[in-house]
Design a protein around this ligand. Structure first.
Ligand code: SAM
Ligand code: FES
Length: 352
């Protein structure tokens, strides 16, 4: 398709938030820089209309790398006997939040493997203490698939948001990426439960994961349109040397940026992070992500001595920096491309 026609498709996406399957496929498969830059420009304009130049900060606390799951792509899956395991204590987690609060963070994201040690009692106590110590902050959880009752207890304890990537909206593709014990239907049910309970919910997929086809990405976009998440976390798949996908190619920054822009146009008020994986695949990936429509960054607040152990994929950036250094670096990067980091909870706002 000619660049002129692709630009017409992008104009239609901007105006209506939707395209036919064929049009989405054309856009996803386009490879020229001019189309990508036109798309990013439209996405940046829409993001500025709703959120101005503001970029929200989330302080990421990777509090355990124990996991009972064995996702085929993931460096901390239980089958990786070379991963050096760690758990942060209740006090360590609270102290990460105190440090983060003093650095200006007003959202804490507790992320970890599915670690049975952190049962409902332990997790709810942590959430309640963070909310007691920092009532003006939001708590986001990203601890995988739980029973609805557990999600409810955590919500009642004060958790505001939940990140659970759907990974791929194609069941057969999901089954190629996960062991047979894991269920696509259960993951989707979890997302629905989280929304029903009242969380601000984030889903998302890896870009360029093994066996991924353009048709799968189309299904991901249709799923996002239907589910209407408040947040969408996407990043390139990056191989980890101790997984069966070690020799697979990584997803590309270009495709990730294109998808960020498309997602901004189909969900104009969504909270959209420029992820660490994007910054790993391209040294200016996070800046480019912001310029392509993202409005969130997630600097790492985990203590320095565990950073290198939360290795989902190879060559992960920022494993050597302290929290203060991470926020200084992120702020400078954001400002360099004309945006500003703001000190606020950065809740999802429904504009329409
Ligand atoms: N256990 C929680 C869960 O499953 O949602 C949260 C932790 S999990 C490590 C967070 C995300 O990391 C996953 O949803 C996946 O998309 C991403 N991830 C894992 N391995 C990756 C890889 N090799 N490349 C890129 N992203 C990866
Ligand atoms: Fe559980 Fe990756 S397999 S966090």
């Amino acid at each position: 398709m000619s660049i002129i026609n692709l630009k017409k498709i992008i104009d239609k996406l901007e105006e209506t938030g939707d395209l036919s399957d064929c049009e989405f496929m054309e856009l996803l498969e386009s490879t020229d820089a001019e189309t990508a830059s036109y798309l990013a420009g439209k996405a940046a304009a829409v993001r500025e209309k709703y959120y101005g130049k503001d970029v929200y900060l989330r302080g990421l606390i990777e509090f355990t790398n124990y996991c009972k799951n064995n996702c085929k792509y993931c460096g901390i899956r239980c089958g990786n006997k070379n991963a050096e395991r760690y758990r942060l204590s209740h006090e360590d987690i609270l102290s990460c939040c105190d440090i983060g609060y003093n650095l200006g963070f007003r959202t804490f994201v507790l992320q970890g493997g599915e670690d049975p040690y952190f049962d409902d009692d332990r997790l709810t106590a942590i959430v309640a203490d963070i909310k007691k110590n920092h009532p003006d902050c939001a708590v986001t959880l990203s601890v995988g698939e739980l029973e609805r009752e557990s999600y409810q207890r955590l919500f009642d304890a004060g958790a505001d948001r939940y990140l659970l990537r759907h990974e791929t909206a194609d069941k057969a593709h999901y089954e190629m990426l996960h062991p047979k014990e894991m269920s696509y239907d259960h993951r989707m049910q979890c997302l629905k439960d989280l929304h029903d309970i009242g969380y601000q919910v984030g889903c998302g997929m890896m870009v360029g994961s093994p066996y991924q086809k353009t048709e799968h990405l189309l299904k991901d976009l249709r799923f996002l349109q239907e589910f209407k998440p408040e947040m969408v976390g996407i990043g390139p798949f990056i191989p980890h040397h101790d997984t069966e996908f070690a020799e697979c190619s990584a997803g590309t920054a270009d495709m990730t940026l294109k998808l960020l822009s498309i997602i901004r146009l189909i969900l104009p008020d969504v909270l959209l992070p420029a992820t660490t994986a994007l910054g790993t695949i391209d040294p200016f990936g996070r800046e480019k992500g912001i310029q392509a429509g993202a409005n969130v960054v997630m600097p790492n607040l985990s203590p320095g001595n565990v950073r290198e152990k939360y290795l989902l994929y190879d060559n992960k950036i920022c494993t050597g920096d302290e929290a203060a250094e991470c926020i200084r670096c992120m702020t400078a990067r954001v400002e360099k491309v004309g945006y500003r980091v703001v000190q606020s909870r950065g809740d999802h706002v429904k504009f329409s």
